[in-house]
Design a protein around this ligand. Sequence first.
Ligand SMILES: N[C@@H](CCC(=O)N[C@@H](CS)C(=O)NCC(=O)O)C(=O)O
Length: 232
Amino acid sequence: MAGKPKLHYFNGRGKMETVRWLLAAAGVEYEEVLFRTAEEFENLIKGGKLMYQQVPMVEMDGMYMVQTRAILRYIAAKYDLYGKDLKERAFIDMYVEGMRDLNDMIIYFPFSLPEEKQKNLNYILERATERFFPVYEKALKDHGKNYLVGNRLSWADVQLIEVVLMVEELKPGVLSAFPKLQEFKARVSKLPRIQKFLQPGSPRKPPVDDASFEVSRKIYKIDKNLLFKHMS
Ligand SMILES: N[C@@H](CCC(=O)N[C@@H](CS)C(=O)NCC(=O)O)C(=O)O
């Protein structure tokens, strides 16, 4: 199993996208094993390597790692993106958990019923601009440093730029009231590894559209009425 990490997922963002971002920021090359049908996903389950019969799964360092947050924490710690001491880690954890809450809303947004789509979109934008973005804006403003924690790039910064770009896809200009976040985005986008990941042709996946949503719905056999099953 030595060699590059192998990412097992479908050909879309979903929960794996944050893993792709973090590996890219760490400068780690990886392979992707993308399944495209329910049958291919079932074959992966039958292979017996998915602890909970779920993906994301990352083959790395002799492990078949599952649970997105466990995977992210391992990569962050291994590649020195997880703070220098327990207190920095606690702050990184607090930031990334908030970002995950926001990211999850965006991931589940395509499940909205047509009549609820606009209401749900408004809710996400309200949460982004009134709950989450003000936290990161204030942190950057108060300490006046370039990064959220410890004045060097961490997992929190990588997840912040990812989620900022996702919210901007839902509403361009959403950062207009957040000057520090605008500066942060401009600065971090220019870091060579991040810049490379943002280029067309990188492993970064495009936003979900109706067609890709339908593909993922079929792979995971998602019944809209059973959405809670997919919110673990
Ligand atoms: N808590 C898990 C949840 C993983 C999860 O819900 N994975 C979905 C795909 S994104 C899945 O494998 N669904 C199939 C199933 O649960 O049977 C994590 O964060 O990795």
